[in-house]
Design a protein around this ligand. Structure first.
Ligand SMILES: Cc1cc2nc3c(=O)[nH]c(=O)nc-3n(C[C@H](O)[C@H](O)[C@H](O)COP(=O)(O)O)c2cc1C
Length: 331
């Protein structure tokens, strides 16, 4: 099997994010900013006990996406599992649904998840990791990737982990260049991305603190990675993939004065598209407003008076008021 070329080189991947990348969000983004090459569900926690149904899996992924062959290619299903959890049952369902991509979470730093031996914990237990990788590979014929950190406590088994993952037939590796213990502190160290590129043959996807077009250029140039993934930066600039593709076309030039003007224009498109998709699935206005507020954390950071601006959005009492603030923003 060779699924290595499934993402074109220099793909821009929108990271899996719990509480954010649900089906309506991913559909809104695919429609509004088609420049993103790939999306991911947030992690589905594979249960240790209890029945697993196809319905659970489809709900997590999104039925509309499942039924659209183009969208399916662009949406990976992420799982978070442990040695004891019912991985095989979940993977068999993913296989029977002919899921194109499956991604294994080896990066989640949550204390609760790690104490149950899932997420980044598996980086510290190679026996358990190998078992989990084998179960997935033996039962899944689509594209299989993992998303990892450089280690659990430290980087001491980084190279061994990469080798183990590659030897078990994984077809792409995303590396968030921090250890689990670093959580989100400091700045991601891209030199580990370069090291991983040198050590594995499969496509290496760089991740961590890639905030703008210059960063993207730099990470490609300095590390030679195949593709890049964006988390908080994609939440701050959900049209970052478009900015980068325009920047390449313009020979690496960005008109800084244009960025705030664009921000206003694209923020409007972003929220209108999200509102449409959440309404489509019947969400009440107060739930949509709550979501919009949760998206407001970094969106306004580039404005001079960003704290006041963010404050008004966070205090909005209705969806209408939130949108009024948006339309009144300076462009
Ligand atoms: C709100 C939030 C939720 C996240 N949820 C997930 C998740 O479900 N699965 C996962 O692999 N990583 C998750 N991550 C980690 C991101 O995918 C990404 O690896 C991390 O934020 C580093 O990239 P960044 O510096 O571009 O943010 C999450 C991050 C954030 C900020």
């Amino acid at each position: 099997m060779n699924n290595f070329d499934v993402f074109p080189k220099k793909s821009l991947l929108f990271a899996p994010m719990e509480g954010i990348t649900d089906e309506p969000y991913r559909i809104a983004l695919m429609k509004t900013f088609p420049e993103w090459d790939q999306f991911f569900t947030d992690f589905l926690r594979v249960p240790t006990v209890g029945k697993i149904t196809e319905k659970m899996i489809i709900e997590h992924y999104g039925e509309r996406i499942l039924n659209n062959p183009e969208w399916r290619k662009k949406n990976s299903f992420q799982i978070l599992t442990t040695e004891r959890a019912q991985t095989q049952a979940v993977v068999e369902i993913l296989e029977s649904l002919k899921m194109d991509h499956l991604d294994l979470n080896l990066g989640c730093p949550s204390k609760k998840v790690n104490s149950h031996h899932g997420g980044a914990y598996l980086l510290s237990n190679h026996i358990a990791l190998k078992k989990v990788l084998k179960i997935i590979r033996e039962n899944f014929s689509g594209h299989f990737s993992v998303k990892m950190r450089i280690g659990y406590r430290d980087d001491s088994n980084f190279s061994d982990t990469l080798k183990l993952i590659q030897d078990e037939g994984v077809e792409a590796i995303t590396l968030h260049a921090r250890t689990r213990d670093q959580l989100y502190k400091g700045v991601a160290d891209w030199s580990y991305i370069k090291k991983a590129v040198e050590e594995v043959k499969v496509p290496l996807i760089g991740n961590g603190d890639i905030w703008n077009a210059d960063d993207i250029e730099k990470v490609f140039k300095d590390t030679g990675c195949h593709s890049v993934m964006f988390g908080r930066s994609a939440l701050k600039t959900p049209w970052l993939a478009k900015i980068y593709k325009d920047y390449i076309e313009d020979g690496g030039h960005i008109d800084e004065t244009y960025l705030l003007y664009e921000r206003k224009k694209y923020l409007e498109l972003y929220f209108e598209a999200l509102m449409f998709e959440y309404r489509q699935i019947g969400w009440p206005e107060n739930l949509i407003l709550k979501r919009f507020k949760s998206f407001s954390r970094n969106l306004y950071d580039d404005y001079e008076d960003f704290e006041a601006i963010r404050g008004s959005f966070l205090r909005s009492e209705s969806l209408g008021q939130y949108l009024d603030f948006l339309y009144a923003l300076k462009g």
